[in-house]
Design a protein around this ligand. Structure first.
Ligand SMILES: *[C@@H]1O[C@H](CO)[C@@H](O)[C@H](O)[C@H]1NC(C)=O
Ligand SMILES: *[C@@H]1O[C@H](CO)[C@@H](O)[C@H](O)[C@H]1NC(C)=O
Ligand SMILES: *[C@@H]1O[C@H](CO)[C@@H](O)[C@H](O)[C@H]1NC(C)=O
Ligand SMILES: *[C@@H]1O[C@H](CO)[C@@H](O)[C@H](O)[C@H]1NC(C)=O
Ligand SMILES: *[C@@H]1O[C@H](CO)[C@@H](O)[C@H](O)[C@H]1NC(C)=O
Ligand SMILES: *[C@@H]1O[C@H](CO)[C@@H](O)[C@H](O)[C@H]1NC(C)=O
Ligand SMILES: *[C@@H]1O[C@H](CO)[C@@H](O)[C@H](O)[C@H]1NC(C)=O
Ligand SMILES: *[C@@H]1O[C@H](CO)[C@@H](O)[C@H](O)[C@H]1NC(C)=O
Ligand SMILES: *[C@@H]1O[C@H](CO)[C@@H](O)[C@H](O)[C@H]1NC(C)=O
Ligand SMILES: *[C@@H]1O[C@H](CO)[C@@H](O)[C@H](O)[C@H]1NC(C)=O
Ligand SMILES: *[C@@H]1O[C@H](CO)[C@@H](O)[C@H](O)[C@H]1NC(C)=O
Ligand SMILES: *[C@@H]1O[C@H](CO)[C@@H](O)[C@H](O)[C@H]1NC(C)=O
Length: 827
């Protein structure tokens, strides 16, 4: 009798071992950088290091070429090494493009096409020739020229392979040009380029415009060649070139686009591949040359590409999932989403000409309105050292520019979309214990300045309407503001975001022991309630009543109400302009319906206003089922998981499977709109590991992962957190948590905190086919909220409100916050 269980156990064990052995795989085999390369994903699908400044890819002339390359039928116009990823706005960067020809007909350089517009006819390619992998990118143009590229931090190495003869049958004498354009044709006056007659080294610089902000920037470059003897070289202007001129300074010209200009180098033979090493710098051409020489001393393509691949493997390795039962496409969706979180922001440390400082400098926070929700919280888990550098950079930007940015690209201020959301980013990192090298006193001063000092021009930093905010407790529609200036729209979404920003500030204040400030900002974090119009109904355009009552509405200075249809600015409203146009509405890029859930810190009070948890759930269902929300824009992210706050975590799981994979699939067209840096990627990654953050709080909402087992090793503590799903069902029918254990003890809360990752805790979920009647449903199981929950089984436990006011522990602070909140609203 005793033998049987042992045999069974052995058999089970060995099967288990076998199953786990199957899980040893190369994460990079599941990364497809081409996801989002069409259909407006605008991702950068080329070669880059994690956070690298050099990003090499083939640029197309698509009207959606913000990220450089697209797979939408557009043709290649050049190969450049500066890019952003996933952005809206104008196309970003793409400066100093290279373009190769096998020869110029008749040996006459003037027979080669130089301007971007005319050379496009030599840029056709077949989709199947494109190969994109972390750290490398390759493409064959229909001209027969194969290009492979890889990068170091500031430099790129291209390998061009030529057919033996040109299209006209003449022997190959390759010409490679480099021009002074960028993707947006933003080059200003006095671009310069020189080519060295002997070595063919091309250097130059030009002034360009940032893609979603004011100001301008100067970028320098340095390019060297290897692999074939030089025939001749020179410069070109518009369609004509000459080997007898080596230097050029060129005007923008007046006809609405920068006059084409650049340099070229011609080679005696195309039998061997020609290697082109090019680097950029915001400091000087000689710094660009130094980057190139130091980072790619030997033009060794294999060495550079291997190092790039290894850098990605190291960054991606903290997350290992079990492949048992899940298909390739699920794995590719997941790991590619993670990959895209580390393309931007970009590490420009040592490359900032604007101020001198020993702090790190990161750029391409494009934009924090998008990034704060899940991308930066994701990096806080898998790359906390990088997040610490980003936070230091944000604080240093505050020190030298005067304000935290809401958006920043190419050394310039970008446009603010709503609140001062860097406050949320700082709070999120602070609460999760990110501290390496961070001066949190300066960090605190930075967020307080957002709350207290109105900039003269709040287009691009801080907040507008602070006098009204302080006097009235909301941003009025048609505010009277004679102190600071900006686009006078978005009064509702700005009020909601400023409220949450203040909550985030209160959390840092609490952690720093600044009790009076903590209470002050907790109080103003309740300002959202001042725009709640309890009797407001919502009707469809044809007059049908949605059946819901109580919405945020605009309010005038004299405290009377204005009106905006709660459904306007939703994805279904194809008429209104709701972005940063000066004709925009009172909500930014989304409806009152959706902003109606944006009270991330006080879901309890919001629920009560909405008629209790059941009514809150009906409203969330209506938002999703009627397509009022659109998962392709970031305000929707948290709404997928907000059922947790109504004690219905099962419904969050159901919603996340509703959106993934149907709205996020591992194909070029698979993203619902712009990736927005890696915002969409991080949404997928978090949803699939089943721990979604409420950013700005130390809270992760638990849903079953899309994998039987997820291991996440903290890169600093080296502890491995794991989520194991018992009864795991790869067809995703059993997606409802029945019960859970955390480190072996029963765990009924529907959320956990960041110590899960730093301390390497073990979460075991048992899932079933139906929603559990108990798990995550009792009032004590709900995620933290400032106000008191009502309408649940059980009473609001003293445990939640424990901790003296001003307690030093971060978690204690949220509880203390609850106590203050109770007092404030007498709830
Ligand atoms: C390449 O793929 C894109 C997107 O799938 C498509 O629009 C385009 O037509 C394809 N081009 C060719 C030549 O097949
Ligand atoms: C891209 O270039 C091709 C080839 O010259 C041209 O047919 C096409 O119209 C261009 N597309 C755009 C958007 O300029
Ligand atoms: C271009 O250079 C000329 C001559 O040095 C100078 O007068 C002019 O101001 C420059 N233009 C810009 C935009 O810097
Ligand atoms: C051309 O440019 C190079 C590099 O900037 C410089 O050294 C050289 O003097 C210039 N030559 C002329 C003729 O201006
Ligand atoms: C997770 O870690 C455990 C413990 O080290 C190991 O047994 C298991 O194979 C890992 N699973 C995956 C999917 O990596
Ligand atoms: C950023 O760049 C600096 C300078 O090259 C480097 O020391 C640092 O490690 C980089 N940080 C990250 C997160 O890549
Ligand atoms: C309040 O201001 C609005 C907008 O200017 C105006 O239409 C309304 O008549 C005013 N109401 C009162 C009571 O003053
Ligand atoms: C609200 O949206 C509907 C549907 O797009 C549109 O017809 C109506 O004009 C919009 N109202 C306003 C004030 O923009
Ligand atoms: C919502 O949109 C999806 C496609 O995105 C469509 O299939 C569905 O019918 C829409 N539902 C409603 C109620 O309009
Ligand atoms: C992979 O599995 C998911 C979830 O079961 C399913 O939706 C998807 O269609 C599958 N994809 C393929 C290519 O089989
Ligand atoms: C969890 O639920 C499963 C199925 O309902 C049950 O078999 C198991 O004993 C439960 N485990 C715990 C720790 O409650
Ligand atoms: C309260 O508990 C009862 C009995 O378990 C259950 O039927 C009911 O749905 C619960 N109510 C809520 C709001 O969870």
């Amino acid at each position: 009798m005793i033998m049987i269980p042992v045999l069974v156990a052995l058999c089970w064990l060995s099967l288990a071992c076998w199953a786990e052995a199957q899980d040893v795989f190369d994460v990079l085999s599941y990364v497809d950088p081409l996801i989002g390369a069409s259909n407006g994903g605008n991702v950068f699908p080329g070669a880059s290091l994690p956070y690298g400044m050099a990003k090499a890819v083939a640029d197309t002339n698509s009207t959606s070429n913000q990220g450089g390359f697209t797979l939408d039928g557009a043709v290649v116009t050049g190969f450049s090494i500066m890019h952003d990823s996933g952005t809206g706005g104008n196309p970003s960067l793409g400066n100093f493009a290279l373009f190769p020809y096998t020869n110029c007909p008749g040996g006459d350089v003037d027979q080669c096409a130089f301007p971007k517009k005319t050379r496009a006819r030599f840029g056709a390619f077949s989709n199947s020739s494109v190969s994109a992998k972390p750290g490398t990118f390759g493409i064959t143009l229909n001209s027969g020229i194969r290009s492979e590229m890889t990068t170091t931090h500031h430099a790129a190495l291209f390998k061009f392979e030529f057919p033996t003869t040109g299209a006209d049958g003449e022997v190959a004498q390759p010409l490679i040009l480099q021009d002074l354009t960028d993707l947006a044709d933003s080059r200003q006056d006095n671009g310069t380029v020189s080519v060295d007659a002997t070595t063919g080294r091309i250097t130059g610089s030009a002034r360009f415009l940032p893609s979603f902000g004011g100001g301008n920037f100067v970028l320098y470059f340095c390019t060297d060649f290897s692999g074939a003897e030089i025939l001749d070289n020179g410069i070109f202007v518009n369609s004509r070139a000459s080997a007898s001129v080596k230097n050029l300074t060129i005007s923008r010209s007046i006809n609405g686009y920068p006059l084409p200009g650049g340099a070229f180098v011609r080679f005696k033979s195309g039998t061997e591949p020609i290697l082109v090493r090019t680097a950029t710098s915001f400091i000087s051409a000689s710094q660009a040359c130094a980057h190139a020489e130091n980072e790619i001393p030997k033009f060794d393509f294999t060495a550079v590409s291997t190092a790039a691949t290894e850098a990605w493997r190291a960054k991606m390795s903290p997350i290992q999932v079990s492949t048992t039962g899940v298909n390739q496409s699920t794995l590719i969706n997941f790991y590619s989403g993670i990959y895209r979180t580390m393309i931007n922001p970009q590490n420009y440390t040592g490359e900032n000409p604007l101020w001198s400082s020993s702090e790190p400098y990161f750029d391409s926070f494009y934009c924090i309105w998008d990034l704060f929700r899940s991308q930066l919280p994701f990096l806080t888990i898998i790359d906390p050292a990088a997040v610490a550098e980003m936070i230091r950079s944000l604080i240093d930007t505050y020190r030298h520019v005067g304000w935290l940015p809401d958006c920043r690209m190419s050394l310039n201020k970008g446009y603010t979309q709503g609140g001062s959301n860097a406050d949320n980013v700082l709070a999120d990192a602070f609460l999760k214990g990110i501290k390496e090298g961070i001066d949190w006193n300066d960090g605190y001063a930075a967020v307080v300045k957002d709350a207290e000092v109105e900039p003269y021009d709040w287009c691009c930093e801080g907040r507008g309407g602070l006098d009204s905010w302080k006097a009235l407790g909301y941003i009025p529609v048609q505010d009277f503001d004679y102190k600071g200036f900006g686009t006078m729209t978005r009064s509702i979404s700005r009020t909601l975001e400023y409220s949450y920003n203040d909550f985030c500030i209160s959390q840092i204040a609490g952690g720093l022991g600044k009790t009076a400030d903590q209470e002050k900002y907790i109080e103003s974090s309740g300002n959202w309630q001042n725009l709640y119009k309890a009797d407001q109904r919502s009707y469809w355009w044809d007059g049908t009543d949605t059946g819901f009552v109580g919405f945020f509405e605009p309010r005038f200075l004299n405290k009377t109400w204005g009106y905006q249809n709660p459904l306007n600015c939703s994805n279904l409203d194809t008429y209104s302009s709701c972005s940063l146009q000066n004709t925009g509405r009172e909500t930014f890029e989304s409806s009152i319906w959706e902003y109606g859930f944006f009270v991330p810190h006080d879901q309890a009070t919001l629920q009560t206003l909405y008629g209790g948890p059941a009514s809150f759930v009906r409203r969330l269902d209506y938002l999703h089922d009627r397509n009022i929300t659109y998962i392709g824009n970031e305000p929707s992210f948290l709404t997928v998981f907000q059922y947790h706050y109504a004690g219905r975590p099962a419904l969050s799981a159901k919603r996340s499977h509703f959106y993934i994979p149907s709205f996020f699939s591992p194909t070029p067209a698979g993203l619902p709109g712009n990736d927005d840096s890696g915002a969409m990627g991080s949404f997928v990654a978090f949803a699939m590991i089943g721990l979604f953050p409420n950013p700005g709080q130390d809270v992760y909402l638990i849903t079953p992962p899309f994998f039987a087992h997820v291991n996440i090793t903290h890169p600093q503590t080296l502890k491995t957190a794991s989520v194991k799903t018992l009864n795991f069902d790869p067809s995703y029918t059993n997606i409802y948590i029945q019960n859970a254990t955390l480190d072996g003890k029963p765990y009924t809360k529907s959320w956990l905190d960041h110590s899960f990752f730093t301390e390497g805790k073990q979460l075991v979920l048992t899932v079933g086919r139906n929603e559990s009647a108990t798990w995550g449903r009792h009032v004590d199981d709900l995620p933290p909220s400032l106000g008191k929950y009502a309408g649940f089984n059980g009473t609001f436990s003293a445990k939640r409100a424990m901790g003296a006011r001003g307690a030093r522990s971060y978690k204690g602070n949220f509880a203390a916050a609850a106590a203050v909140g109770d007092q404030m609203w007498g709830s």
